[in-house]
Design a protein around this ligand. Sequence first.
Ligand code: BTN
Length: 262
Amino acid sequence: MLAQLQALLRGHPWADNSQYFDSIDSTNSYAKKLAADGAAEGTVIIAGRQTGGRGRLGRSFSSPAGMGIYMSVILRPHCLPEEVMHLTCAAGVAACWAIESATDSCPRIKWTNDLVLGKRKLGGILTEISVNPHTRTVDWAVVGIGINCCQQPQDFPADIRGMACSLGIDQPSIPLLAAALVTEICRMRDMLFRNQAELMKEFSQRCVTIGQEISILRGDEVSHATAVSVELDGGLQVVYPDGRTETITSGEVSIRGMYGYL
Ligand code: BTN
């Protein structure tokens, strides 16, 4: 896998910065250790399977052997954390570009970090950052991307079978998609600040949440609203039935009709 990936990326500035593991607990956890030890921007960790794949909000990410892409990329944006709030959205856009360039699928994004095909989850993004307490700037950001590639419905754990899907590609196509992913994450990194508005416009165009009736779960509290738009920093603007508006930056947002939510 690593040799194929490096061959496909020959000449790319990140080509020689990759590490491959047949099995690892979580590429994000490992990338975080490397980042803390000083690994360079563009270091890519990829695994054949994860035994402890992690998702947003403390969830797990099913990562069976040879069935998907489990990748983490170390970035070092030198900025304040509040200036990089849109990174997860931007990484989602880059993942869509990669999937479109390497397969016949056209994924969309459920705010904030789920890649979707139709009404099912295809994968997700998990961004983790570390802030230097002295300078208050971002030391490193790890962008983790998980994409279901080869699974048939019976390959998913029973609890997510009704809401998950895969690209339906064969195993030999995985390195091609992985190389496209590295290329597009690197392109997104170049655009992150210079072309923020363009990236976020792309995000909005792909975002299935906008215009939908949603429920917002924060702690034990559930509220209902309509999603209106996504702001430049990735916040989701919503309007409540009483006309109040709010920008949501965290929590779980469910869309009626998706992932079994009625
Ligand atoms: C989500 O669904 O909330 C995000 C899923 C992110 C999964 C990827 S797989 C590679 C990287 N390593 C992890 O442990 N998680 C991310």
